[in-house]
Design a protein around this ligand. Structure first.
Ligand SMILES: Cc1cc2nc3c(=O)[nH]c(=O)nc-3n(C[C@H](O)[C@H](O)[C@H](O)COP(=O)(O)OP(=O)(O)OC[C@H]3O[C@@H](n4cnc5c(N)ncnc54)[C@H](O)[C@@H]3O)c2cc1C
Length: 392
C-alpha cells in the first residue's frame, strides 16, 4: 500500500497527534472500513459506529477536559476526521457534526450552558446538530425566516430547517432564528440550543442522497417550540456572527473529510494498478496510468498540507482565519472530486461497480464541494479577504 500520509516530519505533528492519528487509523481500518459498503447500501445511520466512536473517546475530542472532553485542538480533530473518512465518509460525519453542532456553544456558550450540555455531548450520549439552512436560505444564510419570539422567560420558535445533518438523531440542535426582523441584515439572528424531542418539533422527512447515504439529512419543522430564555447562546443579534465563526472553524473538518476520501481512493487505485494486467503488463506501468496516480498523490498531499497549515493559523486566532478556512475547504473539496473520479478511471469498468469502493468515494466526495458553503461561497470569502466587501 502507498503511505497513507506524508512522513511525520513533513506533517510536523506532535507525538500525541501522531499517536491519535494512528490509533484512529487502526480503528477505521479494523472496525469502520468493513461496514462502509453496507452503510452506503442500506442508507441507515450507523448507530454501531456512533457507539464505537463514543466508546473510544473520539467524539470527546472537541470538548474541554473539565467537561469530560479530550480538549483536542483543531488539527487533532481534523486528523481523526481524515482517518475515518479514508474508510467511510458517512462515519466521519458523526464526529464532524458533533463538533459543528456544538461549536456555537464552544464559541459563545456561557459557563452554565457548557457545564450543562458538554458532558453528555463529550460522552457521545447526546448527538448535536447545526440548523442554519432553510428552504429559501442556503448560501444567503442571513436571509433565514425562522422566527424566535420572546415571551416572558421563554422564546417561541417557528420555522422550517432543511438539510440538517443528524437532525433526526440529535438530542441537542443549535438553531438560528430571527429575533429582530427590522435590525440590519447581520444583526437579525440569534442562536438557540434546542433540546429534542420537544413539543412542536417534528422531523418532516429524510432526504435520499447521491452519497454519504448513511448520514441522515433531515427537514425539521418548529411549530411554536417553546424554550427557556436561558437556552439562547450569546446575545440577541449575535446569531449571524456565531454562525460565521462556527463555519470558520468547521470548514477545515470538511477539508479533512475530503483529504481522507481522496487518500482512500488513491490507496485503492494504487493497489489495483499494481495487480491488474492488460497487454501482458500491470496497468501501473502504462505511463498514462502512472502519471494519473502521481498527480492524484501530489494533489492529495498538497490539499493535506494546506489543511494542516490552515488548522495552525485558525487555532492561533489569526485575523485571517476565514480566508484559510475557505482556502483549505476549496482546495481539498476539488481535490477529492478530481482524485476519486480519476480513481474510478484507473479501475476502468471495475471502478464503476460497487465491487470496489471507489464509486462510493466519488459519490461521497461531491458533498464536500457543497455543504458548509459551496465552493463558490469559499471563493467569495477568499476574495472578500483580499479585496474587502464590495460595500465596504
Ligand atoms: C447532505 C447535506 C447536508 C447538509 N448539512 C447541513 C447541516 O447540517 N446544517 C445546515 O445548516 N445546512 C446543511 N446543509 C446545507 C448546505 O450547507 C447548503 O445546501 C449549501 O450551503 C448551499 O445552499 P443551497 O443548497 O440552498 O444552494 P444555493 O445557495 O441555492 O446555491 C445554488 C447555486 O448557486 C451558487 N451561488 C449561490 N450564491 C452565490 C453567489 N453569491 N455567488 C456565486 N454563486 C452563488 C451556489 O454556489 C450553488 O452552486 C447540508 C446540505 C446537504 C446537501
Amino acid at each position: 500500500m502507498v503511505p497513507m500520509s506524508a512522513s511525520n516530519a513533513a506533517d510536523r505533528l506532535t507525538e500525541e497527534q501522531v499517536l491519535l492519528r494512528d490509533t484512529v487509523r487502526d480503528l477505521a481500518v479494523a472496525r469502520i472500513a468493513p461496514r462502509a459498503a453496507e452503510i452506503d447500501r442500506t442508507g441507515e445511520f450507523p448507530e454501531d459506529i456512533r457507539q464505537l466512536l463514543a466508546a473510544q473517546d473520539v467524539l470527546a475530542l472537541p470538548f474541554p477536559v473539565e467537561h469530560g472532553g479530550v480538549g483536542g485542538d483543531l488539527l487533532t480533530i481534523c486528523l481523526a476526521i481524515e482517518q475515518i473518512a479514508r474508510a467511510c465518509a458517512t462515519s466521519s460525519l458523526i464526529l464532524m457534526v458533533q463538533e459543528l453542532g456544538s461549536l456555537p456553544l464552544l464559541i459563545a456558550g456561557s459557563p452554565d450552558q457548557q457545564a450543562r450540555w458538554f458532558p453528555d455531548l463529550a460522552a457521545g450520549r447526546t448527538l448535536a446538530a447545526f440548523a442554519l439552512t432553510e428552504p429559501e436560505a442556503g448560501s444567503d444564510a442571513a436571509s433565514i425566516r425562522a422566527r424566535a419570539v420572546a415571551d416572558g422567560d421563554s422564546y417561541v420558535i417557528t420555522g422550517t430547517k432543511r438539510f440538517i445533518t443528524n437532525g433526526s438523531v440529535a438530542g441537542l440542535i443549535t438553531v438560528f432564528a430571527v429575533t429582530d426582523p427590522d435590525a440590519p441584515r447581520h444583526r437579525r439572528l440569534s442562536c438557540f440550543a434546542v433540546e429534542v424531542p420537544a413539543e412542536g418539533f417534528r422531523v418532516e422527512r429524510l432526504e435520499h442522497k447521491l452519497g454519504i447515504r448513511g448520514s441522515p439529512t433531515a427537514e425539521l419543522s418548529f411549530n411554536a417550540v417553546r424554550l427557556p430564555a436561558a437556552n439562547r447562546i450569546g446575545a440577541e443579534g449575535d446569531g449571524f456572527g456565531i454562525a460565521m465563526a462556527t463555519l470558520d472553524r468547521s470548514r477545515p473538518g470538511v477539508a479533512a473529510q475530503a483529504v481522507g476520501i481522496a487518500q482512500g481512493a488513491l490507496d485503492v487505485a494504487v493497489a489495483y494498478a499494481r495487480e491488474r494486467k492488460q497487454f501482458g503488463q500491470r496497468i501501473g506501468d502504462f505511463q498514462m496510468i502512472a502519471a494519473m496516480l502521481a498527480d492524484m498523490d501530489a494533489q492529495t498531499e498538497a490539499a493535506r498540507q494546506l489543511l494542516y497549515t490552515a488548522c495552525g493559523v485558525i487555532e492561533a486566532g489569526d485575523a485571517d482565519a476565514a480566508r484559510w478556512s475557505a482556502m483549505c475547504k476549496l482546495i481539498a473539496g476539488d481535490t477529492a472530486m478530481r482524485v476519486t473520479t480519476d480513481a474510478v478511471q484507473v479501475l476502468g469498468g471495475y471502478g464503476y461497480i460497487d465491487e470496489f469502493p471507489v464509486e462510493r468515494m466519488m459519490r461521497d466526495a461531491k458533498i464536500t464541494q457543497i455543504y458548509e458553503g459551496t465552493q463558490q461561497v469559499q471563493r467569495l470569502v477568499i476574495a472578500r479577504a483580499l479585496l474587502g466587501r464590495p460595500d465596504a
